[in-house]
Ligand binder design. Structure first.
Ligand code: KIV
Length: 270
């Protein structure tokens, strides 16, 4: 696929974009139809996020998501993606137990889905695992700041890195992740001043979510930016549509048309 399509976004292209000062656009996707639309309009990175636990499965946290579920969604997304870099979020406990386990699970995800990279949450404790994954040829995107798989340790979804000590540890983790070979780094819900410092201290691109304007790129959960949830309005999400309202109106009109005998019409019948 890379050889057939010279405009294909690879991990190397993503890294070059930082050097060229070109901002990186990224969104999550969990199904074929949205992935296909994103790819067609030129998104740079599509992440099959374990946020699917929240927005697709309706779970409280991302912790219950399994490797089989991530593979199922990524196979569907893969069918819709030709140009964008396809990254897969590795679920909780699929990479933390041992290096061997991480290679087996990340390798399986790449083999079975055709995705091109994995994303792994965490800093210092994950360094030996990430180093080994990169050594065996599995590109890794890092993830620091608010790492949702650690929600029970944090106790809330509040902004991370506000205190000096935690800010310093995020900065040191970012530098260490660059050293072990991650090709890019997600920074979630940290102060924009800290995101700026991290972005200026490493040569790999930072992709922010709730981390302000100084990151090299931005990512959002696709259903959030489409306005699919009327009750979920975090400060860092810009809604580019109000699909919840539009869809509910469509559903209401459909129900009404059936009840009143207005659908199907003669033209819609055989
Ligand atoms: O799971 C996810 O969707 C993510 C992004 C929001 C970065 O990790």
């Amino acid at each position: 696929m890379i050889l057939e399509n010279p405009r294909k976004i690879t991990t190397k292209v993503i890294q070059r974009m930082k050097k060229d000062g070109e901002k990186i656009s990224a969104l999550t996707a969990y199904d074929y139809i949205i992935a296909n639309m994103l790819d067609e309009v030129g998104i740079d990175i599509i992440l099959v996020g374990d946020s699917l636990g929240n927005v697709f499965q309706g779970q409280e946290t991302t912790l219950p998501v399994t490797v089989d579920e991530i593979i199922y969604h990524t196979k569907a997304v893969r069918k819709g993606v030709k140009r964008a870099l396809l990254v897969v979020d590795m679920p909780f406990l699929s990479y933390q137990i041992s290096i061997e386990d991480a290679i087996r699970n990340c390798g399986r995800v790449l083999k079975e889905t055709g995705a091109e990279a994995v994303k792994i949450e965490g800093g210092k404790p994950m360094l030996p695992t990430i180093k080994r994954l990169v050594e065996v040829g599995i590109p890794v995107m890092g993830h620091l700041g608010l790492t949702p798989q650690s929600i029970h340790k944090f106790g809330s979804y509040d902004v991370r890195g506000k205190q000096k000590q935690e800010a310093e540890s995020i900065l040191q983790d970012a530098k260490a992740l660059e050293q072990v070979g991650v090709f890019s780094l997600v920074l979630e819900k940290i102060p924009s001043s800290l995101a700026k410092k991290v972005t200026n201290s490493i040569s790999i691109p930072t992709i922010g979510i709730g981390a302000g304007p100084y990151c090299d790129g931005q990512i959002l959960v696709v259903y959030d930016m489409l306005g699919m949830f009327e009750d979920f309005q975090p400060k860092f999400v810009r809604k580019y549509a109000e699909l919840s309202k539009t869809m509910k109106n469509a559903f209401r009109n459909y129900i009404k048309d059936i009840k009143t005998g207005n659908f199907p019409s003669k033209e819609e019948s055989f």
